[in-house]
Design a protein around this ligand. Structure first.
Ligand code: HEC
Length: 149
């Protein structure tokens, strides 16, 4: 086997590894977008209840609080250093500049979703607690998510 063949083999291997890394990175971005999208989509029903456009449904609200808790918990692990760009991400570079603050905001979002499950027991407590939980969304997006036109 000549040197050329070996080099070509090494190059091919490097390309395969490189492609794997790119795939993994794209994967984590699509996973966090899917996690956020699940939270956003699931919020439509409680939002309609808050506006009085749908009847209050405690079990639907509780189900969405669990969706938020589990997806926000997953999101904690979906912003690794190698996922700053690509995958049409709206994540801003500031996430990795002040990662401790970002992680703290995500962690308190998880905790808020968890404690809301205990606090929301009827329509009155829902109308009190759910809007407070929603403040977490803007509180993080303002600093860490690019605005889209
Ligand atoms: C601690 C930070 C944080 C909190 C809290 C948070 N988000 Fe996000 N969200 C993000 C970031 C960062 C992105 C951009 C992810 C990307 O594009 O890679 C995002 C993206 C989204 C998206 C777009 C998903 C897509 O399809 O690309 C939706 C919808 C969304 N968030 C809804 C919500 C809602 C609703 C809440 C509150 C109930 C919330 N988020 C709370 C950080 C947060």
């Amino acid at each position: 086997m000549g040197f050329g063949t070996k080099a070509a083999g090494a190059l091919a291997l490097a390309l395969v590894i490189g492609a794997g890394a790119a795939l993994a990175q794209g994967d984590v971005i699509s996973q966090r977008k899917a996690a956020m999208k699940a939270i956003g989509d699931g919020n439509r029903a409680p939002a309609a209840m808050l506006r009085g456009e749908a009847p209050f449904d405690l079990s639907a609200v509780q189900a969405q609080l669990k969706v938020i808790e589990s997806n926000a918990t997953s999101a904690l692990k979906l912003f690794p250093d190698n996922s700053k760009t690509g995958g049409d991400t709206a994540a801003l570079p500031k996430i990795w500049e002040t990662k401790a603050d970002f992680d703290a905001k995500m962690t308190s979002f998880v905790a808020a979703a968890k404690s809301a499950q205990a606090k929301i027991t009827d329509e009155a407590s829902f109308k009190q607690e759910f809007p407070a939980l929603l403040k977490n969304c803007g509180g993080c997006h303002t600093d860490y998510r690019a605005r889209r036109s």
